[in-house]
Design a protein around this ligand. Sequence first.
Ligand code: FES
Length: 585
Amino acid sequence: MAKNEARFVRVATLQELQSRGYMTVQINGNTVALFYHQDRVYAVDNRCPHMGFPLDRGTVRDGILTCHWHHARFDLASGGTFDQWADDVRKFPVEVRDGAIWVDVAPHMDVVAHQQERLRVGLERNISLVIGKAVLTLMEEGRSSAEPFRAGLEFGARYREMGWGQGLTMLVCFMNLLPVLDGEDRPRALFHGLAAVAQDTAGHAPRFTVPPLPDDNADLATLKRWFRQFIEVRDAEGAERCIVSAVRAGADRRQMADMLFAAVTDHRYISTGHPADFTNKALEALDLAGWELAEPVLTSLVRGYADAGRMEESNAWRYPIDLVKILEHSFDHLPEALEVGQVRRQNGRMALPTRDELVAVLLDDDPQASADVLLDALRRGMAADALAGVVTYAAGLRIARFHTSNEFGDWDTALHTFTFANAIQQGLRRAPSPELVRGIFDAAMSVYLDRFLNIPPARIPTLNGQRPTQPPALSELAALLDRQQQVNQAAQWVADYLAKDGALPPLLAQMGRLLLREDRDFHTIQAMEAAFRQVSQTDDPILQGHFLIAAIRYLAAHSPTVRSQGQTYQIAYRLHKGERIFEEA
Ligand code: FES
């Protein structure tokens, strides 16, 4: 018997099928729908690939099988669908031998290749259910999370004329959160990130990148200077060509980061910090997906720089106190302060201010004092990234102390400062430069401007002083965030948990899970990711506690949502597990 012959199973007589027109049979755990149509026998999986409705309850006409639940249509012969949101239905080879029907149900499909293709379809057509099903299958097949992440990154960088946006930022945030999440939540995080990219690109024209300069050996210092000039006059195309040329000329990760961050901080706090955060996220994305994507990914940032609002043109930064003037004066002294500080570090003669001393000034009411204390700290030998960390902490405290009687939209004001400060700090860790140090001062001015959001300040719950006892159950936090505006209660819960020696990893995993169950809110995702990044960079339990209190307060303020996206994911999950959705509907 030929090898293929052995896979065929006898399932029914032709007469049985002819008399009924259709029937279902069980073969090796598969429910197969048989149809007799136009003198031929067809066999397909009885589960509609869209949401599992039984296809034997559909209609066949003119060679097309229509599922009645959402009216997906399939070519009965090939299984191919005419509705991309549904996916092709699996069809089985059939033979009729001596009046009996034989069906081959051996797997023929390359599952991974098929789901990679389905992920592409989901991204192109903005179909989150298709994305969810693809991610779940790819993860179960043992593929690295970096693979769908990279697919989303490439897609998002290419198919949005405006370039890098919220979708790609959310994708990178979720990818960064993956290590702290429970295993079962990781596909859900990827689903959210990829669905955000699909949503953000939907309806946009693609983006065409410019070629590099003909000479591959362009001087990097010159390219950097030209790049900044072109951004200054809002010429995105010229600036893009500088980036592509720098990459082709062999600029390394640090040199590229330096070039981008210099332009991002040439003007004050551009577009409320988003370009700085997007730049940081794009660089992190390349670390995760591979720097061979540098050209499409980094050029996608440029429109955001060129079109950005500049705080020199903002009333709040000019009146009643001219913050820009304070900053420009400080920047005049930066080279000298950095040089003195470096000498002190080399000689081991640092006399650094404490974190609390700095934070007290930053949270006070005097922008000139803020700028002075930063310059002084640099002069005394404090490393720029450490100083940026202090400003980020001060920005985090603005959220931790944000009073709930403020305008709801002001949560975002405090959030923008925090994520900007975090981006500057991460940038300085990656590529310290005198230009980027200006971002520390910008962040400090924004912390100053946010001071009224802490009047009166919300009380930060105590993080120590309790006897170690059993920490509260993590499910209590989930229950709290099922109710609206449990901002202070959630903060108290986190403080109690930490004070009672609750372990950090389960708390981070639970907070991540609570973020994932809500509908995607760009700023909440940013807040959580930045807070988790800060927690990962310190061993100080007080700092960790304050960042987590800031994060949970932000999340609690924006919970619960309708959670419709979670429902889509849940359907994908149940279909993936082979459940019958329709029977419980
Ligand atoms: S079209 Fe078949 S289940 Fe939706």
